[in-house]
Design a protein around this ligand. Structure first.
Ligand SMILES: Cc1cc2nc3c(=O)[nH]c(=O)nc-3n(C[C@H](O)[C@H](O)[C@H](O)COP(=O)(O)O)c2cc1C
Length: 193
């Protein structure tokens, strides 16, 4: 797929088929994250691939899904992610790596979508519990969790009609994701011209 099309068609997926993902594929996604830009090229990020069902089940309990359409997009046992990549930062290397993590995570989402794998970036997470589950030492800050699996839903992006950009479900249970239209956010040379 052309890169622009890949970017435009990637959506957050919250229903997954239960087909397992090859671990090598998950490693490729981390490889994509490793190549992301980092401020001053100081790289504090590390990644934990979670693909064992017991650890997946423990991690699932620490996540919060789709607040605007609660509880419909809280994945049922038939639709849960089959793997996760937890992104964590070593605070001994860099104190605040949130922006670096964001660049790395976007690489994961796009690398996954390029392979037909759906993902959801999760930031509403119980970081303390995740640290315990992963045996992460004090120096690690849990940034985000990326949930992964073959998509079992196809959300649709659309131009937001007004100021409201909350995603919503239609009568057919399809998730719609309004984005602010280009003409509202694009400026040339100066603002307010
Ligand atoms: C920093 C960040 C944190 C997010 N945290 C969550 C989360 O905790 N739970 C969730 O269901 N989605 C989460 N999302 C996904 C957003 O809801 C989603 O990106 C947004 O609705 C736009 O949809 P799209 O990704 O399909 O464009 C998060 C996204 C970002 C960038």
């Amino acid at each position: 797929m052309d890169i622009i099309n890949l970017i435009k068609t990637r959506r957050s997926v919250r229903r997954f088929s239960q087909e397992r993902l090859d671990r090598n594929l998950l490693v490729e996604f981390v490889e994509a994250a490793r190549c992301a830009p980092a401020g001053a090229n100081i790289q504090s990020l590390e990644y934990v691939i979670v693909d064992e069902s017991k650890v997946c089940a423990e991690l699932f309990e620490t996540l919060a899904w789709a607040g605007h359409v609660k509880p419909q997009r809280n994945p049922s046992p038939l639709h849960r992610p089959v793997a996760y990549i937890v992104v964590l930062a070593d605070t001994a290397i860099k104190d605040n790596a949130v922006v670096d993590a964001s660049a790395a995570i976007e690489n994961i989402l796009l690398a996954a979508w390029g392979k037909g794998i759906g993902s959801c970036w999760l930031g509403a997470i119980d970081r303390k519990k995740i640290s315990q589950i992963l045996n992460a030492g004090e120096k690690y800050k849990i940034d985000s969790v990326v949930a992964l699996g073959k998509p079992a839903e196809i959300p649709v992006m659309e131009d937001a009609a007004g100021a409201d950009t909350k995603y919503y479900l239609d009568a057919n249970d399809r998730l719609h994701v309004p984005k602010r239209p280009l003409q509202k956010i694009l400026h040339f040379n100066k603002l307010g011209g």
